[in-house]
Design a protein around this ligand. Structure first.
Ligand SMILES: [Zn+2]
Length: 439
C-alpha cells in the first residue's frame, strides 16, 4: 500500500486555518466542469489499468485534497478542514445555520473508476459557477464538502469521515483501524499533516446544516433503461449476507454409486438457481459470489459446501421474501440429497430512507425547471450502494441525485458517464441549490 507523503503545510484542522472568502472574481476563467475534470483526472491513476488508487491519507489523496482547496480559494470561498479531516468550502457565514451543503468524496476503491465520488465534488463547484453566472441571490449559506475516506479501501470501513462526524464510529474504534501495512488511522492522518487527536463527533457542525444533497454517478442501469439523464434517490436498499453450510459425506468420486452419495454440491447448485429465481420474482438481487468446498479434491465428493448469499432489495418485505424463499428451497434440496443445512445471517443493514420532504422538493424543483408540466417526472430510484449521504441521513435532511451510467459498471476502470449527462447533472444540481438556497 502506498505510504502517505509528508502532507501539506497549511492544510490543517478546523479553526486552526481558515481562508476567509475574498471579494475577487467569482469564477476563474475557464473553470468549467471539463477543465476541473481534466485537472483531477491524472491524480492517482494507474497507467497499466487506467484505474484509480486514491486511498485515504496517501499521496494521491493529499493531492486530491490540495486540488479541492485550490478550487475553493480560486472561487473566493472560505476553506476549512473539520476535526475529522473533511474539507469544506463556504459561501456565506458558516455559523448562520440552516446551510445547504453539497459534495461527495475524492477517494477511490482499488482500481476504481473516475466518477464514483469526484463527479459529485466537481459538479458541486461547477454548479456554484453556474449559479453565479445566473446572478442569483443566496438566502442561505452554501457549502461544498469532500468527505474523507468514503470508500474504506485502506482501513476496511466505509464512510469514516461522515461516520465520525455523525457519531456512528467512536474515537476508540477509529483509533483501532489499521491498514494492510499495519499503519493505524491516527498515524496515517498525522503523516498527511492532520491532528488525529482532534477526531470525534461533530454535532455542532452538522447542526448548522439544513440540507445535504450528494450528486453521484449511478451504480446501476436504472436511468439508462428509463432513458433519463438524472434521477433522485429514494432510499439505500436494505442488504445483508447469509452463510449457507451444506454438510454431506466425503467419498470416492470413482467408486461411490450415485444413489449412495450424500453430495452437498448438488443441493448448493440448486440453491444458487433458486436464489436467481427468487430475486427475479421480487425485483431484487441475490448473489452467491463466494464458496468454500471441503475437502476440495477433484476426485472427492465434498463433505462440506459453504456458500455466502449477498441479497439486496428495495424494501425489507421483498428482502425477507427473497432470503426466506432461498432458505426454504435450500432445505428442500438438502433433504432430498440427505444433506444437513445450517443458515447463519452474518451481517445486515436496514433500509436508509432519504428525507421525504427534501426528496419531494427536489422532484418539484427539477420537474418545474425541466419545463415539464407535471412534477415527479424525474425518476426516483433506490440504490444498493452505501454513501456518506446515507450516514448523514440519520442526523440531517439528506437527498441524492444520480447521473446516468450507461453500462452500470462501477468500482472499475470501466465506470463511465457521458459528458452531456455530467453537464445535465451539473444543471440539475444548480437548479436544486438555487431552489433550496436562493431567493
Ligand atoms: Zn461514492
Amino acid at each position: 500500500m502506498t505510504q502517505p507523503d509528508g502532507g501539506r503545510g497549511g492544510d490543517s484542522l478546523a479553526g486552526a486555518e481558515v481562508s476567509p472568502p475574498s471579494a475577487g472574481p467569482a469564477v476563474p476563467s475557464g473553470a468549467s466542469f471539463q477543465e476541473m475534470w481534466r485537472e483531477l483526472r491524472p491524480i492517482g491513476r494507474r497507467p497499466d489499468s487506467g484505474g484509480y488508487r486514491r486511498f485515504a491519507w496517501t499521496g494521491a489523496d493529499v493531492e486530491c485534497r490540495a486540488w479541492f482547496k485550490a478550487q475553493a480559494e480560486a472561487r473566493g470561498l472560505a476553506y476549512e478542514v473539520d476535526r475529522n479531516g473533511n474539507q469544506w468550502a463556504w459561501l456565506g457565514d458558516p455559523g448562520a445555520g440552516d446551510a445547504v451543503v453539497t459534495g461527495s468524496h475524492l477517494d477511490s476503491v482499488p482500481d476504481g473508476g473516475a466518477f464514483d465520488g469526484p463527479l459529485g465534488v466537481v459538479s458541486s463547484f461547477a454548479a456554484l459557477d453556474e449559479l453565479r453566472a445566473r446572478h442569483v441571490t443566496f438566502a442561505r449559506p452554501l457549502a461544498i464538502v469532500n468527505f474523507g475516506d468514503e470508500e474504506g479501501a485502506r482501513f476496511g470501513l466505509a464512510c469514516v469521515g461522515s461516520r465520525l462526524a455523525a457519531g456512528q464510529l467512536t474515537v476508540e474504534q477509529a483509533h483501532r483501524l489499521t491498514d494492510g501495512d499495519g499503519v493505524t488511522l491516527p498515524r496515517a492522518m498525522e503523516a498527511a499533516g492532520y491532528d488525529p487527536e482532534a477526531i470525534g463527533p461533530d454535532p455542532e457542525r452538522l447542526g448548522r446544516i439544513g440540507a445535504f444533497v450528494e450528486l453521484h454517478v449511478e451504480q446501476g442501469r436504472a436511468l439508462d433503461l428509463s432513458g433519463d439523464r438524472v434521477g433522485i434517490a429514494s432510499a439505500i436498499w436494505p442488504h445483508g449476507r447469509w452463510r449457507f453450510d451444506f454438510r454431506g459425506e466425503a467419498n470416492h468420486a470413482g467408486t461411490t454409486r450415485l444413489v449412495d452419495r450424500r453430495d452437498p454440491m448438488l443441493s448448493y447448485a440448486e440453491t444458487v438457481l433458486a436464489a436467481r429465481r427468487e430475486a427475479q420474482l421480487a425485483g431484487a438481487v441475490a448473489t452467491f459470489g463466494k464458496i468454500v468446498v471441503e475437502p476440495n479434491g477433484v476426485n472427492a465428493i465434498p463433505s462440506l459446501v459453504r456458500g455466502w448469499l449477498d441479497s439486496r432489495a428495495a424494501d425489507q418485505e421483498s428482502l425477507d421474501t427473497v432470503v426466506g424463499g432461498v432458505e426454504r428451497a435450500a432445505r428442500e434440496y438438502a433433504a432430498a440429497h440427505g444433506v444437513d443445512l445450517d443458515v447463519v445471517r452474518e451481517s445486515f443493514t436496514p433500509v436508509v430512507e432519504f428525507d421525504h420532504a427534501l426528496r419531494d422538493e427536489l422532484a418539484r424543483i427539477l420537474g418545474k425547471d425541466s419545463g415539464k408540466d407535471t412534477d415527479l417526472k424525474v425518476p426516483v430510484l433506490g440504490t444498493g450502494a452505501g454513501h456518506d449521504a446515507g450516514i448523514l441521513s440519520g442526523s440531517i435532511p439528506t437527498a441524492m441525485l444520480f447521473v446516468r451510467n450507461p453500462t452500470g459498471v462501477s468500482h472499475s476502470p470501466a465506470e463511465y458517464a457521458a459528458e452531456d449527462d455530467c453537464v445535465a447533472g451539473v444543471t440539475a444540481l444548480a437548479d436544486v441549490l438555487e431552489g433550496l438556497a436562493c431567493t
